[in-house]
Design a protein around this ligand. Sequence first.
Ligand SMILES: *[C@@H]1O[C@H](CO)[C@@H](O)[C@H](O)[C@H]1NC(C)=O
Ligand SMILES: *[C@@H]1O[C@H](CO)[C@@H](O)[C@H](O)[C@H]1NC(C)=O
Ligand SMILES: *[C@@H]1O[C@H](CO)[C@@H](O)[C@H](O)[C@H]1NC(C)=O
Length: 351
Amino acid sequence: MNCRELPLTLWVLISVSTADRSNIVPVLLGPKLNHVAVELGKNVRLNCSALLNEEDVIYWMFGEENGSDPNIHEEKEMRIMTPEGKWHASKVLRIENIGESNLNVLYNCTVASTGGTDTKSFILVRKDMADIPGHVFTRGMIIAVLILVAVVCLVTVCVIYRVDLVLFYRHLTRRDETLTDGKTYDAFVSYLKECRPENGEEHTFAVEILPRVLEKHFGYKLCIFERDVVPGGAVVDEIHSLIEKSRRLIIVLSKSYMSNEVRYELESGLHEALVERKIKIILIEFTPVTDFTFLPQSLKLLKSHRVLKWKADKSLSYNSRFWKNLLYLMPAKTVKPGRDEPEVLPVLSES
Ligand SMILES: *[C@@H]1O[C@H](CO)[C@@H](O)[C@H](O)[C@H]1NC(C)=O
Ligand SMILES: *[C@@H]1O[C@H](CO)[C@@H](O)[C@H](O)[C@H]1NC(C)=O
Ligand SMILES: *[C@@H]1O[C@H](CO)[C@@H](O)[C@H](O)[C@H]1NC(C)=O
């Protein structure tokens, strides 16, 4: 030992002994085994931090049997001195574009000092796809809302075009309700019969327009008292039996509707409709009626208490709302071909 070596050995001895007194056992912060949920193709940063002495080292270890992975980067170590004179170090391992080979392998972070080592491990696991990712959830919500809107629109359209849909359905299925019920007429037409000048149009409507459209164009068979009943005989009995033989009672309303004769038709029809439930009543408002109090209260008990409004200018076409609504209320009947054949008057039943 020469004179130059002694002071160095002494210094080393002194420095090791002072370090021993104040050295701590380094510790890694956080749990020893960490499972990190990741999505393939994304990046992840594994942060390893430790409380250690100045000369201790912190490093990452992971399997690199197939050469170093270009997507794995060790970031620069960061150190901060604590008030006690020790160090708080952290080192991040950045894994970019995570692939299958990065999953389920150990990434170890080790802190080493003269007093020993401490290691913690990270394992990347595939994120559980049962967690619906945010964008899928948003898309799902949008689709759900769109479906809801579509359903609401569809229901609205169905409500608005209920009549057209029912008529179309009847046309498609060629449904006919009139074959087996044993009745003779599709409808009995009740209207004000005293032909005064002020109700002349109404009379024309009941005796000419209604039969022209319903009978000649749509193939229904109406019972119109003036036309089909031979004068004489017990009128009241006859009306009653005719109403019984009809599937609908069409009432052409007007201000002066309630004359004695039609009152009987109405009451007879109401009796059938309400008590026997054999006939349905269709109300047609030929001239605007503001006050319906003249009609019997019992009419309001009818379920489909609907009034069809005749609009002289708009209702003339066969395709108008008025005729569609009327057909809708009439019984389903297959339209007979040859609408334009010469008019055949309904034969009055002999009984
Ligand atoms: C790592 O974690 C430590 C404490 O847990 C924190 O102080 C440090 O800033 C983190 N480093 C990075 C790069 O996030
Ligand atoms: C990581 O640490 C565990 C135990 O802590 C050990 O079994 C494994 O071999 C280590 N892996 C690497 C790549 O160092
Ligand atoms: C290394 O490569 C071999 C084949 O080349 C493969 O079977 C093995 O899974 C690879 N290991 C890792 C850790 O990527």
